[in-house]
Each structure stands twice: as C-alpha cells, then as structure tokens.
Design a protein around this ligand. Structure first.
Ligand code: NAD
Length: 251
C-alpha cells in the first residue's frame, strides 16, 4: 500500500494503523529526515515499510511513485492520498503563486496519484483509495480560500473516481478529519490568530469548545476511520465522505 505525507501527522498515524494490521507500506514525503525517522519507528515495531523521498507535485512524480511501489512490494491495493499543504489568506489577499502551490499538491498530485494507482488496481483485481478532504469545504470560513477550495476539488475527484472505477472493483472514498493538533494545524492556527490579532491560546480554546464533542481529535483516532474504509466491512462503501470531525461538520 501507499501513504503520502507519511513523515508526520495523519500520514504517519495511518501508516502505523495499517502496519499494525500487517500491511506492507510505501511511505512518501518530501521531508527526508522526518520520513527516515518514521520509517525507523515503524520498522522497530516489526512493520514492513519503505520510505520514498519525493515531492508529489513535481511533474511525473505520481507515476514514478507508483512504479517504485510496484518494484518494492509487487502490488498496490490501497492508496491513502493524505499529503497536503495549507495556507491562510483572506480572499482579497490570495495570490496566484499561493493558489498554484496549494492546487499543485492538494489537487493535481492527488488526482494523478489516484489515476496511476487505479491503473495498477484495475489489473490487480481491485483496490481501495482514500482521499483526505476537510470539513472546511462545508463551512463558512474567511481565511481558507485556496485550501478549502482545493479540498472541494478533492471531494469531486472522489465522486468521479468512484463512478469511473467502481466497475473495476475499486472503491474511492474521502474522509473529513476534525481538528488534529498536527504541525499543519499549529501553523494554520498561529497564522490565523496573528491575522486576527487575537491571543493564540484563547483562539485554540475557542476552536475546541465549538466542537460538539468538546475536544479535538488525534491523528491516531482519525487513522482508524481510514483503516475502516479499507476493510471488508466497508466493501460496499464508495463515493462517500466519512465525517470524523466530532460533529464539527454538519451537512
Ligand atoms: N490537522 C488537521 O486538523 C486537519 C484537518 C482537516 C484536514 N486535514 C488534512 O489531513 C491531511 C494530513 O494533515 P496533517 O495535519 O497531518 O498535515 P502535516 O502538515 O502535519 O503533514 C503533512 C505531510 O505531508 C507532507 N507533504 C506536504 N507536501 C508534500 C509534497 N508536495 N510532497 C510530499 N509530501 C508532502 C509534509 O512534509 C508532511 O509530512 C491533509 O490532507 C490535511 O489537509 C488536517
């Protein structure tokens, strides 16, 4: 299986969650030291895995990553399309370069990884693809214009991929994680608090008490939902978006 953005946060937790269940994992990230540490941690726990240092947004990288996965482990039946970048900017301040950066990783790379993986899964008897989206696509937010728009694209890619790939035995779902205290969340909240001129700790507190379950989640808790989408129990689940947000996302 293949997990992108595996050096830290949700990608790392997902790699552990699958690895503990016996999966053999190719873990991709552009953060080489972080990825090496994570690979070492998994191997210490007896998990069979390999690290692939790559920028998924580079031209041709998705195909190279999938080819390398097949060289390493001979098959590919689960893809967790997790790597993403975020940015904080009000709509009137969005720049073309920031928009392109966000879309190159969150949308273009995610789509071409899905496409390259699906071609392998089609000939390999099927598979499971899980794309990481965000509750942000269904909320009224000010400072997340390019990020939330990119995740809305992830939702549509999920639906069209489910429709196109279902006949080949490939399920495609998204998950919408709640607020996890990962490096991405920290940077985003620091930027937001600074932009709003409010104290960081009170801002974080206000973004915790507005969650119906009154607590943030963890990458480990969300990873269990990702794993579930790859289990036999979810064999008839496709084109779905699993809300693991503690009730933050309300349809
Ligand atoms: N943290 C949250 O609260 C939260 C909430 C909703 C959705 N999400 C989504 O969950 C996913 C994981 O987020 P996280 O909080 O663990 O983020 P993170 O920033 O902590 O980890 C993301 C990883 O992706 C890697 N990455 C980024 N760009 C890359 C590229 N071009 N090529 C290869 N690797 C790249 C980073 O190096 C990093 O290791 C993302 O899709 C994010 O949008 C996070």
């Amino acid at each position: 299986m293949l997990v992108t953005g595996a050096a830290q946060g949700l990608g790392k937790a997902s790699s552990f969650a699958f690895g503990r269940r016996g999966a053999r994992i190719v873990m991709v990230d552009l953060n080489e030291p972080g990825l090496n540490d994570t690979v070492a941690e998994l191997r210490n726990q007896g998990i069979e895995c390999a690290g692939l240092v790559a920028n998924i947004a580079e031209s041709g990288a998705p195909q190279t990553i999938v080819d390398r996965t097949i060289q390493l482990f001979g098959s590919l039946n689960i893809l967790v399309n997790n790597a993403a970048v975020s940015s904080v900017e009000a709509l009137l301040d969005v720049t073309e370069s920031e928009w392109d950066k966000i879309f190159a990783v969150n949308v273009k790379a995610l789509f071409f990884l899905l496409q390259a993986a699906a071609r392998v899964m089609k000939t390999g008897g099927g598979g499971r693809i899980i794309n990481v989206s965000s509750p942000g696509t269904r909320m009224t937010l000010t400072n997340y214009t390019s990020y939330a728009t990119s995740k809305a694209a992830v939702d549509y890619i999920t639906r069209t991929a489910a429709a196109n790939l279902g006949p080949h035995g490939i399920t495609v779902n998204a998950i919408a994680p709640g607020r996890m205290d990962t490096p991405m969340q920290r940077i985003t909240e620091e930027s937001n608090a600074a932009a709003m001129g409010v104290d960081l700790e009170s801002y974080i507190q206000s973004r915790t008490v507005d969650i119906p379950l009154r607590r943030r989640t963890t990458p480990e808790e969300v990873a269990e939902g990702i794993v579930w989408l790859a289990t036999q129990a979810a064999s008839y689940v496709t084109a779905n978006r699993l809300n693991i947000s503690g009730g933050l996302e309300l349809d």
